[in-house]
Write a protein that binds this ligand. Structure first.
Ligand SMILES: C[S@@+](CC[C@H](N)C(=O)[O-])C[C@H]1O[C@@H](n2cnc3c(N)ncnc32)[C@H](O)[C@@H]1O
Length: 261
């Protein structure tokens, strides 16, 4: 954890909200494949509380596991008014057209489109009045949404779980530069197991990185909330070997604009 981040304050908030987070997500008994861990969802909610954000924007809805965690935790009682989630997965019927026309880069549609992630996410999240699903590329959809919400004076927290590696960092930097009201970003799959792609090293070198949920300091403290709700790939591992959220803060700009943490 870097010195510029108030770890003691963060953990006191995460400790305080753990019970409510677990209770509110309890109905989601199983871990959803391809989703962030429940302990990662807790991290995101604690960051939202710490930075007093009004809006959450997620890039990468997938099956909607993370979106549902936030929809449940932030329902009714909270300062976070809305969770926006952007994904460019398409209905499989359109897949052939995209492949034939090369209108868009095809590769990233493959698993989420083929597995009907869009339909699954829409069905499971339909009942949440505090969630808005948006279709499109995060690079197209995120900047105008940030501009609009920040223009209304809303404080924003980001989860970037679509583009990875260089693109993921670039999208965060773009969003941070758009407004000081973008308080923080959590980047999924930043754990050290990805060092083959130097994701972790690049994240740490970015200058805005503060910690990752795969760090033992975080994971060992909150791992118990996953209980049996871990993905199959992790059931035998005692450590969080990767897939963690990397947390970056827009600290100086945000503090200057809001007087906040
Ligand atoms: C791992 S899944 C997201 C999982 C979800 N956040 C959760 O924790 O349950 C990644 C998703 O990102 C989407 N995606 C990838 N690149 C994207 C981009 N540039 N813009 C929007 N969505 C993107 C894919 O279609 C896929 O559904």
């Amino acid at each position: 954890v870097t010195a510029k981040f108030d770890w003691a304050r963060f953990t006191s908030i995460a400790d305080r909200i753990t019970g409510e987070f677990v209770q509110r997500t309890d109905a989601m008994a199983e871990h959803v494949d391809a989703s962030i861990l429940f302990s990662d969802g807790l991290c995101m909610c604690a960051l939202c509380e710490m930075f007093e954000v009004d809006q959450v924007i997620e890039v990468g809805t997938g099956y909607g596991g993370s979106t549902e965690m936030f929809g449940r935790y932030f329902s009714g009682h909270s300062r976070v008014r809305r969770i926006w989630s952007i994904d460019d997965a398409v209905n499989p019927r359109w897949q052939w057209l995209l492949a034939v026309t090369h209108i868009r880069r095809y590769s990233r549609y493959v698993w989420s489109t083929e597995k009907r992630a869009k339909e699954i996410a829409h069905a499971r999240l339909a009942a949440f009045s505090n969630i808005t699903l948006m279709h499109g590329d995060g690079f197209d959809k995120l900047p105008p949404l940030v501009r609009r919400l920040a223009g209304e004076g809303q404080r924003i927290g980001l989860l970037i779980d679509g583009p990875k590696g260089e693109l993921q960092l670039r999208l965060v930097e773009q969003a941070f530069a758009l407004s000081p009201l973008v308080a923080f970003a959590a980047l999924d799959d930043i754990g050290p197991m990805y060092d083959a792609e130097q994701r972790h090293a690049r994240f740490m070198a970015s200058g805005r990185a503060v910690f990752a949920t795969s760090d033992p300091q975080y994971f060992d403290r909150y791992r118990s909330i996953n209980r049996g709700r871990l993905p199959g790939r992790m059931l035998k591992n005692t450590a969080h070997r990767g897939y963690g959220l990397g947390v970056m803060v827009n600290a100086e700009r945000h503090a200057a604009a809001t007087g906040a943490a």
